[in-house]
Design a protein around this ligand. Structure first.
Ligand SMILES: [Zn+2]
Length: 234
């Protein structure tokens, strides 16, 4: 195998591991943040529900306060109706108003009760969310501790690999070949090279035209026409 490919293959051994460690170091904090946001959403939802219940209770209270005035009016009219010297037309008018007030009070009481029971249902829902948050928070705390441990371990591995990477020689690798290799590492998820065996690229399994195989055998740097990885043959 030509020296450039040999050198790149040695680098690839380290870079593959480095890529996977670095992906982990990127992935873990994002996952942690996602779970944190999920918990914050639960808190936000339960806060909104509690505010909704509070509003319903306030509305029920306003209705109840309003019926106080109606009851006072009803009592006043009843007192007036019971007086001796009331004329018949006035009495009929009072009785009519009393009936209307009674209906109004009854409707208002029903409405206040409906609002109170709706408030209770909303509070139950909020309570369930608080419970869910509590359980998920416990799971999250364990997860967070694990992530911190994993991150520390991954950091250690990265430092170790970076040291190996520094001492691995890319001597004799032409600058353009090295640039290509580095770009492919990023774009091809840590695998910049691919073996050519049985006429096929072993990464994407596309058949490689014979002339490319011939050029590779002559010592040219050849890329897979499909996945663009640098091909090597053992
Ligand atoms: Zn390929």
């Amino acid at each position: 195998m030509q020296p450039t490919l040999q050198a790149l293959l040695s680098l690839q051994q380290i870079d593959r591991k480095l890529y996977s460690v670095e992906s982990e170091l990127e992935r873990l904090p994002i996952e942690l943040q996602g779970r944190e946001e999920e918990l914050a959403r639960l808190t936000e939802q339960s806060t909104q529900l509690k505010a909704q219940a509070e509003l319903l209770r306030r509305e029920a209270k306003e209705i109840e306060d309003y019926t106080v005035g109606m009851r006072q009016r009803q009592r006043k009219l009843e007192t007036e109706s019971n007086k001796q010297k009331i004329d018949a037309a006035m009495l009929a008018s009072y009785e009519h108003e009393i009936r209307t007030l009674k209906r109004g009070i009854s409707d208002a009481e029903d409405e206040a009760l409906r609002k109170l029971s709706a408030a209770e249902a909303v509070m139950d829902e909020a309570g369930a969310l608080v419970g869910k948050h509590g359980k998920e928070f416990e799971v999250f705390e364990v997860f967070r501790a694990n992530v911190e441990k994993e991150l520390a371990e991954a950091e250690g591995r990265r430092a170790e690999l970076a040291k190996q990477r520094d001492s691995a020689s890319s001597d004799g690798v032409p600058a353009d070949a090295f640039d290509l290799y580095t770009k492919l590492l990023k774009s091809r998820e840590g695998e910049a090279l691919s073996e050519l065996a049985d006429g096929h690229c072993q990464s994407c399994f596309v058949q490689i035209p014979r002339n490319l195989g011939v050029r590779l055998a002559k010592g040219d740097l050849v890329q897979c026409p499909s996945c663009t990885r640098i091909l090597y043959a053992i």
